[in-house]
Structures are given as C-alpha cells and as structure tokens.
Design a protein around this ligand. Structure first.
Ligand code: ZN
Length: 226
C-alpha cells in the first residue's frame, strides 16, 4: 500500500537548541521539504492563496491564526511535488492541542507523524546560549560571551566604548521567557513520547555529532510503513 502522504518528521527543540540549523541540514540529507510555519504563513500571504487571505485577515486584526487554518496550510504544503518524500516540521506543533489536530488531519489522509526527534539541551545551557549578548554603546557592535567575546571584558574591540546588555538579553529576562516556552515544549515532548515516536538526541554535542545522532534516530523508520 502506498501511503498518500510522505513521511512526516516533527523536529523538536527549545529556542537556542540549534533546531533551525539542524532542520536545514536534515531536510537536505533526507530529501524532505523543510516546513517552518512562519515561512508557510509568509508564502501563503505573499501568493494570496485563499488560506493566505484568511490567515492575513487574522494577522491584520492582531489575532492568532487558528490551528485549523495552519493545518490546512500544512496539508497544502504536503501536496506539493517537493514534499513527495515527506516533510520536516520545524516549529509546529507548539502545544498538545495542535499535536492532536495534526494527528487527526494526517490520519484522515492516511498519514501520521512518523518520528519526533527532540534535540535536548539543559535549561542552564540554553540560558547561556540565548543570553550572553552584549552590544557597544557607540556603534552597536555585537558580542557574545560564548561565541564572540570581546578581547577586553566589557569594552568594544572596534571603538573602545562600553558594552551593555539590552533588557531583553539579560539573564533573568531570558530565563523567564525560556521557562514559558519550555513548559509548552515539555507537553509536546510528553505527547510524542506517549505515542512512541519521540527520539531524544543529546544537543550538547558538536553540531555534526548532533546531526549524526538525528539521522540515526530518523533513519530506521524509513520505508517501514505500509
Ligand atoms: Zn563598538
């Protein structure tokens, strides 16, 4: 039996876990269409598809686009030629309600979520990655404590002006924002664990090691359906 829908991979990870980077690499290696819901909205609105017009109405009124509309867009995306082998979802579902709607919609088309790899990174590590941004007062030159420290602490390499943190980048703010996002992510992780499709990958490793582990986690499901 040929499934009417290709493979559906849901890539999970907190902000700062490297999900976007890995999604790019994995979709290329596996020949899956990389589908980030933000891009989906932008494309539908730009192309003025019926769903795009509907979505834009909500966005123009400052309302959230309903899950049903998002799911319809996803299903349209799944029907495009480049998604024949399947899609890699990046940034959706964001909560269990969306996960349930997605399962229902895929099930109606004879598909399902095949595997949900989760790039796991401890909270303290995420805070260090997401916070740690400093910029200089004179020219706004950006630095990062981990990936791009200034030569002299607190001083811009370019113009010698003082470095400061925007309130958005201060550790307490970063942590508070992250906690909210992690709460929702945890419920989605639990949902897919309960459906036996979750595969946890250690996100504290080097990027290429994370990629290798993700490929190993995703690959065994290939062609096993039907
Ligand atoms: Zn500077």
């Amino acid at each position: 039996m040929t499934p009417s829908i290709g493979r559906v991979v849901v890539l999970l990870g907190a902000p700062g876990a490297g999900k976007g980077t890995q999604a790019q690499i994995l979709s290329e290696r596996l020949g899956l269409a990389h589908v980030a819901t933000g891009d989906l909205f932008r494309a539908a609105v730009r192309d003025e598809t019926p769903l795009g017009v509907t979505a834009k109405g909500y966005m123009d009124r400052g309302e959230l686009v309903p899950d049903a509309v998002t799911i319809e867009m996803l299903l349209e995306r799944l029907a495009k030629p480049d998604a024949e082998a399947g899609i890699l979802l990046d940034g959706f579902p964001r909560n269990t309600a969306q996960a349930e709607v997605l399962d229902k919609a895929l099930g109606d088309k004879g598909g399902r979520v095949d595997v949900a790899p989760y790039i796991e990174v401890p909270e303290a590590d995420l805070v260090a990655r997401l916070g740690g941004r400093w910029i200089c007062r004179a020219g706004g030159h950006p630095y990062h404590e981990l990936s791009k420290p200034s030569q002299k602490p607190g001083i811009c390499d370019v113009d010698g002006s003082e470095l400061y943190q925007r309130s958005d980048d201060q550790p307490a703010t970063v942590q508070a924002r992250l906690r909210q996002q992690l709460g929702a992510l945890d419920t989605v992780v639990d949902y897919y664990r309960g459906h036996d499709v979750l595969r946890v990958v250690d996100g504290q490793q080097a990027i290429d090691k994370v990629t290798a582990d993700l490929l190993a986690a995703i690959a065994p499901a290939t062609g096993s359906r039907g």
